[in-house]
Design a binder for this molecule. Sequence first.
Ligand code: MLT
Length: 401
Amino acid sequence: MAIPEIDLTVFPDDCDAFGHLNQASFLRLFERARWEMLAGGPGMDAFTRSGVWPAVRKASVDYSAAAYPGDVLRFTTVLIHIGRTSLTLRQAVRRVSDDRPVATAEFVFVCIDRAGRATPVPGALRDFLSQGEGGSAPARVTVNGVRLAVEVQGDGPAVLFIHGYPLDRTIWSQVMASLPGLTVIAPDLRGMGLSDAPDLGYSMATYAEDLAALLDARGVDRVVLCGLSMGGYVALEFLRRWRGRVRGLILMDTRADADTPEGRRARDEAAAAAREGGGEAIARAMLPKLLTPATLTERPGVAERVRTMMARAPVPGIVGALAAMRDRSDSSDLLPSLADLPTLILVGAEDRLTPPDRAEAMARAIPGARMEVIPGAGHLPPVEQPEATSAAIAAFLGSLP
Ligand code: MLT
C-alpha cells in the first residue's frame, strides 16, 4: 500500500491579484495535504498522542505551472529519508484535469518535545510513512556529499546491482530475493529513487565514483557488477577505473558504444520534456519502448509498476542522467581487454532499445563472454521475466571461481 494521495481544490482566496494560486498559499496547501494524509492514516493526533511536534527545519519548493481557482490539485507524498528524530518528505502536485505537474516540494522535519529538544519520530508515523517505499527500507550512505539509498541483503560474495534510467533499485527486488548465499547490494544512483538528487554533478564517472565509495563504506572490496542498460554504462566506467575490484560482469540490455549525434540531440529534447512535464512525461514516452507488447496489454500490474517508478524519479536526476548518458565515452575499446573477466551478456528477446544483435556484437567483442537471451522480455528482464533472469544470473554466479 502507498501513502494515500490527497486532492485539494484551489479557492479564490488562495490566489493573488493576478488570479494565480499564490506561492505562499501553496505552502498552506502542502501543509493541508499532509494533515489530510495523517487524518486518513494514523490520525491527526499522531504527533500529539506521543507528545511530539514536527518542526519544519527546511522547505524547498519548485513551482512549475500556475494553478487557478477551481483547479483540483493532487498531492502525492513520498518518504525520502527517516532518521531517529527527523524525516524528509517529497510532495509532488499535479492538476487532475490535465495531469500537469504543478509543483514539487521537499520538507525536512525534526520531531521535538515541549522543551524544544529533538525526540524520536513516533512509531505509528514511522510505520505509516515507510509503507510507500518499494522493497525493504533502504539504508542511507553518504558518499561524495550525496546521500544514497541502498538495499543490502544476505551474506556471501557481493553482487552490485546497478539500475537503468530513469529507474531505481526496486527494479531488482524479485531478482535480489532469489539469490541466496550472496550479499546483494542495490543502490539508487544519485538523482534516482530515494537518493539525493542534486541539481548538478552527473556523469558516468560520478556514478562510478559513488559506487566505489559506497563499497568502501560497506567494507566490500571485490564484487560482481550487474548493470542494466544505463547501469551497464556505469559498470563499464567502473571497470575502467577499478578493474581489480571486479570479479565478474553481467551486462544486461545495454551497449558499449556512445550516443550518435542524433541520440545526443534526443537526450536534450528529453531533458526539456522532463523539465516541462516531470517524470510523468518521461514515463509516458518511454513505457511503450521498454516493455513487450504482451506485457503492456496483458500484465497491467507490471506496466504500472514500471510507470510509477519512472514517474516518481526526481527531475534533476532525470536531467542529470540524460546529460551523463549523452556525454558518456565509447567503451567499445574496453571490451577486448576484458578477456580474463568472467562475463555474461543478457538481453530480452524483444528488446527494441538494445536488441539482441547488439548484445551479440558485444559478446563477440569480449573474448570468452557468454550470452543468454531471455524470451518474453523487452528492455527490462528483471521485471518482465524475473525467474528466467534470476536463473541466468544464479547459473553465472555459480560458475565463478
Ligand atoms: C536505460 O534503460 O537505462 C536507458 O534506456 C539507456 C539509454 O537511454 O541509453
